[in-house]
Design a protein around this ligand. Structure first.
Ligand SMILES: Cc1cc2nc3c(=O)[nH]c(=O)nc-3n(C[C@H](O)[C@H](O)[C@H](O)COP(=O)(O)O)c2cc1C
Ligand SMILES: CCCCC(=O)C(=O)O
Length: 356
């Protein structure tokens, strides 16, 4: 079994418009393709005879000590994919010890997502993703909702000053949620008309001040998601971010950026261990995780594979996706002579065309 099987299974059950929403990227989908293709250019250079029988793949993440190295990246609107929606994803992530990043674009309110996670684990780690809202009062209200629900970290997505041009969605005319579905976390926020529940504004006016404001209204760790440039990584560490997620939004924003994994070494080098760095985009097998961790990430996020697992098999489908990735990764770690994630070091990755 590989993750590709879940992708095929999802295709057979999803409304083709929703399938396109999940699978698609921005523009000509160059970055979408590049994210996955990039991993084929990296090889692992194993160490041998290191006695790696007992292995521990746990990762210490902000607000989530001892978590799975596979994080469920925030993806919108899970009830479009399966009737159990985010509740199923939450139960599955908690059962697998994986951080679930739920977010503002969830079709289930964050308090109900955390409650569902608690059905399968005593202390699940749920992080809350948001876009800085042009109105600080709305942002603060969202932060409070996440805190009250029991989230243990915030993820502020910074790669979306404007929404990406999603070619498939434009072609399909997919812009509004069907009746009966809403971005539940937007319900009843100050200044938000109750009938515009999918209106999650993104604003090019947002700057570091808004990030500083968020840091000022919460004591939760705040990670920034969507950083690619090493200079921004340094600024984020200077400004008090608790972590970074190197990500190009799964190729859904700017269709001319590098593959996410190709940006990781420079970002990890720029922060030099001051704050943890995560990677997402194109992770489809355990060896991709090993490459990401060897290049400086403490954990990786997966977006589409989880969505496909949910569509194909609800809670069980998501569990299988997460377990498959962890099993494959643990197997790769053993083959590389590693006992823990820290045993995968930069000298154990070779990039095609570059001397190591
Ligand atoms: C259907 C879908 C919805 C997404 N929704 C969000 C979102 O609401 N907020 C966010 O920060 N990123 C969102 N993303 C981006 C993911 O968090 C992540 O960066 C990306 O999916 C990683 O690439 P992968 O799908 O190749 O694993 C979404 C991605 C997909 C595919
Ligand atoms: C307003 C919802 C944002 C979802 C998103 O980020 C995506 O589709 O990539």
């Amino acid at each position: 079994m590989t993750l590709q099987a879940f992708r095929e299974a999802a295709r057979t059950v999803l409304d083709p418009v929703h399938d396109d929403y999940v699978a698609g990227g921005a523009g000509e989908e160059r970055v979408l393709a590049a994210n996955e293709r990039a991993f084929a250019r990296y090889s692992l250079l194993p160490r041998v005879l290191r006695g790696a029988e007992a292995r521990d793949i746990a990762a210490d993440l902000p607000g989530a000590p001892g978590a799975s190295p596979v994080v469920v990246a925030p993806t919108a609107f899970h009830r479009l994919l399966h009737p159990d929606g985010e509740r199923a994803t939450a139960r599955a992530a908690a059962a697998e010890g994986a951080v679930l990043v739920t977010g503002v674009a969830s079709t289930t309110a964050v308090a109900d997502v955390v409650a569902a996670a608690r059905e399968t684990a005593a202390e699940p780690a749920v992080w809350f993703q948001l876009y800085p809202h042009p109105c600080a009062e709305v942002t603060a209200a969202l932060v409070r909702r996440a805190e009250d629900a029991g989230c243990s970290a915030l993820v502020v997505t910074v790669d979306s000053p404007v929404f990406g041009r999603r070619t498939r969605d434009l072609r399909n005319g997919f812009s509004d949620l069907p009746p009966g579905y809403a971005a539940e976390n937007m319900r009843g926020l100050p200044g938000t008309p109750p009938d515009v529940l999918t209106d999650i504004p993104m604003s090019p006016a947002i700057g570091w001040e808004e990030v500083t404001e968020i840091l000022g209204v919460t004591s939760l760790p705040v990670l920034l998601k969507g950083v690619l440039h090493p200079a921004d990584a340094r600024l984020a560490a200077d400004r008090g971010a608790a972590g970074l997620i190197v990500s190009n939004h799964g190729g859904r924003q700017c269709d001319a950026v590098p593959a996410a994994v190709d940006c990781l070494p420079a970002v990890a080098g720029a922060v030099a261990g001051r704050i943890p760095v995560l990677l997402d985009g194109g992770i489809r097998r355990g060896s991709d995780i090993a490459v990401g961790l060897a290049l400086g990430a403490v954990a990786v996020g997966v977006g589409r594979p989880v969505a496909w697992g949910l569509a194909a098999g609800g809670e069980s489908g998501v569990r299988q996706v997460l377990a498959t990735l962890c099993d494959e990764y643990d197997h790769t770690l053993a083959l590389c002579g590693g006992r823990s994630n820290a045993d995968l070091t930069g000298d154990m990755v070779v990039r095609e065309g570059l001397p190591w």
